[in-house]
Design a protein around this ligand. Structure first.
Ligand SMILES: *[C@@H]1O[C@H](CO)[C@@H](O)[C@H](O)[C@H]1NC(C)=O
Ligand SMILES: *[C@@H]1O[C@H](CO)[C@@H](O)[C@H](O)[C@H]1NC(C)=O
Ligand SMILES: *[C@@H]1O[C@H](CO)[C@@H](O)[C@H](O)[C@H]1NC(C)=O
Ligand SMILES: *[C@@H]1O[C@H](CO)[C@@H](O)[C@H](O)[C@H]1NC(C)=O
Length: 617
């Protein structure tokens, strides 16, 4: 959200496109170290092969054993994991592979039922998953013929294209049913991977699928959409204003939907709503009041939150306001934990799918160092208030850098500081930038990229936080200089992403000769960092984990992991600690959502409610 609000500089669009790339090295390397050595993390003895790190669980069954039996056998085997005991490959099996394997011996020679009677008969008699899929998809598609609430799941005027895509994808899935898992020649448009059905319930996903935005969120999610498209996954986009569509789609297609990726408020709403979530803790008053036939169908393990900013603890960023989280209190969207929060930075405990700018950035040339201008591009996306001050440059606004840094800048660094500031909703060159700064005003995005590419340094001055822009500069072979505000240039844990500690911790963690840090307010420190960057040319630099191939592999790991066994692990651990197996979203979080007007729940007649209690007006 905030990224967008701060990305108003028109000329910066390309940057944003390219953008998102590189964040975090340090965090990343740290993560890799954990990942690689994480097998020993203590989990309950588990018979099958797995590799638990703090984000992913891989519980891969021997080919012919169901997860159920594996889970049951888990407690019978004494030996805890040890690094030497892996003897089966950790190759993930996607939901489509698991489904097809479950049909062995039951689905051979499956044919489309001739009539309603046969459908009904098979409901009693058939053990083939295709009959279940057939019933659910047919119900859905039949309804969609006559009822727009089924065919227009993404029904704002922006999204008409998405409605068509949704229906096309579900019809294709239905039409291909006879061919999945079949050794016979099949129509070329039928691929087993279509059985991996992803439901997206987030506006940025709409943008990533249909186009129309180059925000950091969109660029990030587009890699996911592109990867899943290449893999022939099925996806369905739901309008994020229409929570009821999530309930409707999943109630109709409970066995067809593989995973749901929702925005924060919708995931929290569902997980607090017994008419949405199926594994609501039993014997809680909120669920006992709800008749069985009205209870939800979505198990917690299917529901992920996608969030650029992550589920931050109460003393970091927006959690206090947005979720009513207290100082120092931890935040999760899914009560199962933040493995169910997908983010573009390696936030503690989150599932990390990095941004990647590689594809677009490689199309840009690196300007040889001796052809660069004696200039520093000052990243100060603007966004100016009514008084027409450029916020980033003025301490009494949100700007953080002292104004007296600019007059001596050129003398101190022998580079001219260039800004591209404009007033909000105004294409005029911003006139009120501080003396000493050369403001060229907004320029078209290609020109802006060119300006960065021909600069000796990209200097950031406090905001925007963790934006992708530094990664674009690095990819153009331009070193970056970033400030910190606390005691450490590269803080640890959540502080690495804390906007009052450091502007761009993940970039800062890359370190020289790519990224230099200066202490905010220490002008000499800033000049020294700029001079060091100026005097140390670099080649094009793309952090390894922001390479396209790596990001793609991480996406596939996320979508092919079987998250249900992982959720059972977590539940078993709770039981062992004497807690109930299922956890609730904390009451004060739910209350906060409804207080802010963003909470949603279903009523007894299928109506959408935005009040938390039945007696509320
Ligand atoms: C499927 O058809 C083949 C060939 O007609 C036949 O040999 C096989 O027994 C059938 N399988 C089942 C489960 O009916
Ligand atoms: C996806 O579909 C395309 C086009 O039908 C096909 O060429 C490709 O092999 C498929 N890939 C996978 C992984 O199913
Ligand atoms: C729920 O309450 C009922 C009746 O009070 C009791 O029999 C049952 O064991 C409880 N279930 C759980 C999971 O606590
Ligand atoms: C530039 O620096 C030199 C020597 O460091 C100093 O003598 C001169 O006054 C400075 N000029 C300005 C405009 O600050």
């Amino acid at each position: 959200m905030a990224l967008v609000t701060t990305s108003r500089l028109r000329s910066d669009r390309l940057i944003r496109t390219l953008l998102i790339s590189a964040i975090f090295l340090l965090g990343v390397y740290t993560l890799f170290i954990w990942t690689d050595s994480s097998v020993g993390i203590s989990v309950k003895p588990f018979r099958l092969e797995f590799d638990f790190d703090y984000r992913y669980a891989y519980a891969y069954a021997d080919e012919d054993e169901s997860e159920e039996s594996l889970l049951r056998s888990e407690s019978n085997t004494g030996s805890p994991t040890s690094t030497g005991s892996h003897h089966v490959s950790l190759k993930p099996r996607s939901a489509s592979e698991r489904l097809i394997a479950s049909g062995e011996g039951f689905c051979e020679n499956w044919t489309v039922p001739e009539d309603e009677e046969e459908v009904a008969r098979r409901e009693q008699e058939s053990s083939c998953w295709k009959d279940r899929h057939y019933r659910q998809l047919k119900f859905f598609l039949d309804n969609a013929e006559t009822d727009k609430s089924y065919s227009e799941l993404s029904s704002s005027r922006w999204h008409n294209d998405l409605n068509k895509r949704n229906m096309k994808a579900l019809r294709a899935l239905f039409a291909c049913l006879p061919h999945f898992g079949s050794p016979e020649p099949r129509p070329e448009e039928c691929h087993d991977n279509m059985l991996n059905v992803m439901v997206f319930h987030d506006w940025w996903f709409d943008m990533a699928v249909a186009g129309g935005s180059e925000s950091g969120e969109t660029v990030w999610l587009r890699a996911i959409v592109e990867t899943l498209t290449e893999e022939n996954y099925t996806f369905v986009n739901l309008n994020h204003h229409q929570y009821q569509n999530l309930v409707k789609v999943h109630n109709a297609l409970p066995d067809v939907v593989t995973f749901i990726y929702a925005r924060d408020t919708l995931a929290l709403s569902c997980l607090s709503d017994p008419r949405c979530r199926s594994d609501f803790p039993p014997n809680t008053t909120s669920v006992e009041r709800i008749p069985m036939e009205q209870r939800g169908t979505i198990p917690s393990w299917k529901l992920f939150t996608v969030d650029y900013w992550g589920a931050r603890p109460g003393d970091h960023g927006r959690s206090k306001h947005a979720y009513g989280i207290q100082w120092g209190e931890e935040m999760t969207f899914n009560p199962l934990g933040n493995e169910w929060t997908v983010a573009p930075f390696p936030y503690p405990g989150h599932t990390y799918i990095p941004l990647t700018l590689e594809k677009s950035c490689l199309q840009l040339d690196v300007v040889p160092h001796d052809q660069r201008k004696e200039e520093v591009t000052v990243l100060g996306k603007l966004y100016v208030n009514l008084a027409r001050d450029t916020e980033y440059f003025y301490p009494h606004r949100m700007g953080l850098v002292p104004q007296d840094v600019w007059p001596p800048f050129q003398n101190a660094t022998s580079l001219a500081p260039i800004a591209n500031a404009r007033a909000l909703k105004d294409t005029d060159v911003e006139q009120s930038t501080p003396p000493g700064l050369i403001n060229r005003g907004p320029v078209p995005s290609n020109d802006y990229t060119r300006q960065v590419a021909t600069s000796k340094v990209l200097l950031t001055i406090g905001r925007p936080e963790i934006s992708p822009s530094p990664y674009l500069a690095l990819c153009l072979g331009v070193p970056v200089v970033v400030p910190y505000f606390g005691n450490k240039a590269v803080p640890e844990g959540w502080d690495l992403y804390h906007s009052s500690e450091v502007q761009h911790g993940p970039a800062a963690a890359i370190g020289p000769p790519y990224v230099y840090s200066y202490q905010m307010g220490e002008n000499e420190d800033m000049y020294a960092a700029v001079r060091a960057a100026r005097d140390t040319p670099i080649e094009r630099y793309i952090p390894e984990d922001m390479r396209h191939a790596h990001v793609r592999a991480e996406i596939m790991k996320l979508v092919t992991t079987d998250w249900q066994p992982r959720s059972r692990e977590i539940e078993a651990e709770r039981v062992e600690r004497g807690e109930p197996a299922q956890a609730l979203v904390k009451q004060h979080i739910t209350e906060r959502l409804f207080h802010l007007g963003v909470g949603r729940r279903m009523g007894g007649n299928g109506e959408l409610l935005d009040t938390l209690y039945d007696d509320e007006k």
